[in-house]
Design a protein around this ligand. Structure first.
Ligand SMILES: CC(C)(COP(=O)(O)OP(=O)(O)OC[C@H]1O[C@@H](n2cnc3c(N)ncnc32)[C@H](O)[C@@H]1OP(=O)(O)O)[C@@H](O)C(=O)NCCC(=O)NCCS
Length: 168
């Protein structure tokens, strides 16, 4: 038996870009808003209604699902996975958006590679260690690591976060 699969093309559709955004393809971006001076690395998907603030860098292989808002001057490492469906009813929501939950990331938040972010709020000035799993809201500036992510080090209000140099 030789069947033809249904193939949908990835690409960049209905995206609102600020000035001076740099993208590296292949990408699957649709219905989202990307602020000025942002960078998005390859093999990343950003879904409808996601909003990304100015100067935020999103490294390759990340998945940013509907319901996520990311602030300005953030760094999203390689392979960061956001989640909007907790499988609350013992399985996937199967497209029932009423079961999807939101995630809000503040400004100056750095998320290490391979972190997983469940539907939570993360305040300004937070660092998430590589490979961490964030399961609860983070409302205090600091460095958080582990699964589940826990506070490792508090950061003073005056600390300068995310001086990540632009590689543009
Ligand atoms: C979380 C992080 C910022 C901490 O850096 P740091 O303050 O220099 O921490 P240290 O290396 O001194 O480690 C301190 C402790 O935290 C632990 N730790 C560090 N990073 C960790 C992580 N991601 N997950 C779990 N534990 C971690 C260390 O094992 C160490 O534990 P110990 O005190 O029991 O020995 C850093 O380790 C990290 O994960 N950065 C992410 C980098 C990244 O993903 N960049 C993407 C672009 S390449």
């Amino acid at each position: 038996m030789l069947n033809e699969p249904i193939i949908q093309a990835s690409g960049i559709k209905n995206v609102r870009f600020g000035e001076n955004v740099k993208l590296v393809q292949p990408l699957n971006l649709y219905g989202c808003t990307i602020g000025k001076d942002c960078f998005v690395g390859p093999f990343t998907e950003i879904q409808a209604n996601v909003v990304v603030g100015e100067r935020t860098r999103i490294q390759s292989h990340s998945f940013i699902c509907e319901g996520v808002t990311i602030g300005s001057d953030c760094f999203i490492g390689h392979g960061v996975m956001f989640i909007n469906d907790r499988f609350k009813d013992a399985g996937p929501a199967c497209g029932d958006k009423s079961k999807w939950e939101k995630t809000t990331i503040g400004n100056n938040v750095s998320i290490g590679s391979n972190a997983t972010i469940l539907p939570v709020t993360i305040c300004n000035g937070v660092v998430i260690g590589a490979g961490s799993v964030v399961t609860k809201d983070i409302l205090e500036r600091g460095v958080y690591v582990g699964n589940p992510a826990r506070l490792k080090t508090s950061l003073p209000l005056t600390s300068t976060l995310n001086p990540h140099p632009s590689t543009k």
